[in-house]
Design a protein around this ligand. Structure first.
Ligand code: ATP
Length: 242
């Protein structure tokens, strides 16, 4: 582990009334890696993204991004520091073009429209949607809407990209495109944390995996360690493999 991890989650808990959606979760990430974040429905994966990115402050604990304490900051400040997330339910600005949607992301870093358009086009090329730049976002099929969501977030130029079930609802060919996109994004040097229920995909792309269960960290390790962990198999993988 490098001296300052890009992300350091320390004893994070998040309560909703009496429910601990996250309970004393700690782990760290090295720059450049892909961390898989897995666990059963309701395990607290999306809540952890929300705690990291300022949508809900953690009830306890702290989140350090590149050495900065980010809990308590608003999502736009966290995004400016370089940590940005996709949403499970993709909601493009349907009546705007694909290019304009991605420009909205780029405008987080610049006020100049020409520069934002250039950044947006670069990201559309990266996600292989540049041929749809002038199409209305609302008309895209689901696979392309998911890639548009990734382009929109990449246009904010994050150092750490958080992907929340970007393969959800996709067919195998569309999922494969997303896998290749995640691996291409890694080659560009962007660190990624990936929530995904597709176990074959997560095992292929992750350098390390954290498993959440009922809000707690159940396990952390290399993909081959996670698949061989009896507690993970009992809580999640047995069911996910069916
Ligand atoms: N805003 C909220 N208010 C109340 N309870 C919430 C809220 N957000 C999440 N929860 C609860 O916290 C728990 C964890 O939810 P979360 O969405 O983080 O799980 P998840 O692991 O992302 O699940 P999934 O795989 O189904 O997306 C669930 O019991 C959920 O109902």
């Amino acid at each position: 582990m490098s001296p300052t991890p890009i992300l350091d989650i320390r004893h994070v808990s998040r309560f909703f009334g009496g429910l601990a959606a996250n309970s004393d979760v700690s782990f760290a990430m090295e720059e450049g890696m892909i961390m898989g974040l897995i666990g059963p429905n309701g395990a607290g994966k999306t809540t952890l993204f929300n705690c990291m990115t300022g949508f809900y402050p953690p009830s306890r604990g702290e989140v350090l991004f590149a050495g900065h304490r980010v809990n308590g900051l608003t999502p736009d400040k966290v995004c400016k520091l370089g940590m940005a997330r996709t949403w499970q339910k993709v909601r493009p600005l349907a009546k705007m073009t694909v290019l304009d949607n991605v420009m909205v992301g780029a405008l987080a870093r610049t006020n100049r429209l020409a520069e934002a358009a250039e950044v947006a086009l670069q990201q559309l090329r990266h996600v292989r949607l540049d041929h749809k730049a002038d199409a209305l976002a609302g008309g895209l099929p689901i696979g392309e809407r998911k890639r548009l969501e990734v382009a929109r977030v990449l246009a904010t130029q994050p150092r750490l990209l958080l992907l929340d079930e970007v393969m959800g609802g996709l067919n195998p060919a569309e999922s494969e495109e997303i896998i290749q996109l995640i691996l291409d994004t890694k080659r560009r040097g962007v660190t990624q944390m990936v929530i995904e229920h597709d176990m074959k995909a997560i095992m292929r792309i992750s350098d390390r995996i954290v498993v959440l269960n009922s809000g707690e960290k159940l396990a952390e390790g290399l993909p081959r360690e996670i698949v061989a962990n009896p507690a993970v198999v009992a809580a999640y993988l047995g069911e996910a493999a069916e």
